[in-house]
Design a protein around this ligand. Structure first.
Ligand SMILES: [Zn+2]
Ligand SMILES: [Zn+2]
Length: 227
């Protein structure tokens, strides 16, 4: 698989993207930083243990989890995936791994196995409904007691992007706030955002700085404030 990624022409970007996630997780673990936003070039949730596709090459979150286990003896992890598409790669990597709670929000049916949970999202969904679906799962994530919380954040479900689910740009800022606050209780604030799907630069320019401001602890009063 590594050789195939090499031949794709995107090897370096794929490697830097995944290793950025690994590095951020390590820094959070040793307490050098509180949380992180990983500005990837390529996503990771369609990359499995022996396959890749859909703009994903190496699964950064999965590699980070393996590194935290190997280097620091970390044991429990949670990954919340709000990209518009099903995270088949992450699901496959951890399919039989009970110590990784993976929650994928996508249009596939409600289904779960070995702490891999799929939450069905309507193909077109209102912001409030979407926020409600994510909020509903947070108690379960808390009970699971993960030591670190990963958020595979894709914005491709925003209106006008390639996975359009009808979501507004501002719902992502609200999600960042919710998950940031929840991580204080869920994982002692250890929270890592991995940029996944999304292609529109205007959306990226609007949302990414705001999401970063949220996790840096700055007050982002209303999502539409300041430019
Ligand atoms: Zn996607
Ligand atoms: Zn899914």
């Amino acid at each position: 698989m590594i050789e195939e990624v090499r031949q794709s022409g995107n090897f370096e970007g794929a490697l830097l993207s995944a290793s950025g996630t690994v590095r951020a997780a390590e820094k959070i673990w040793i307490g050098e930083i509180d949380n992180a936003f990983v500005f990837t070039g390529y996503g990771d949730h369609h990359a499995g243990s022996h396959f890749f596709g859909g703009g994903c090459y190496f699964n950064g979150a999965a590699l980070a989890i393996q590194e935290l286990r190997k280097r620091f003896g970390a044991t429990r992890f949670a990954v919340i995936d709000t990209d518009a598409h099903h995270g088949d790669g992450t699901w496959e990597v951890f399919e039989r791994d009970l110590d990784v709670l993976y929650v994928c929000f996508c249009p596939d049916s409600n289904w779960e196995k070995n702490n891999k949970v799929n939450i069905r999202v309507p193909r077109k969904v209102a912001d409030e409904k979407y926020l409600g679906l994510v909020n509903d799962i947070l108690p379960r994530v808390k009970i699971f007691q993960p030591q670190i919380l990963f958020w595979n954040w894709g914005y491709d479900g925003t209106r006008g992007d390639y996975g359009d689910m009808g979501l507004s740009p501002d719902v992502h800022i609200l999600l960042a706030k919710e998950l940031q606050m929840a991580s204080a209780e869920i994982s002692r604030g250890r929270f890592i955002i991995v940029l996944c799907g999304g292609s529109r630069r205007d959306l990226a320019r609007y949302m990414i700085p705001r999401v970063i401001r949220v996790i840096s602890g700055e007050q982002v009063l209303s999502p539409s404030d300041q430019g």
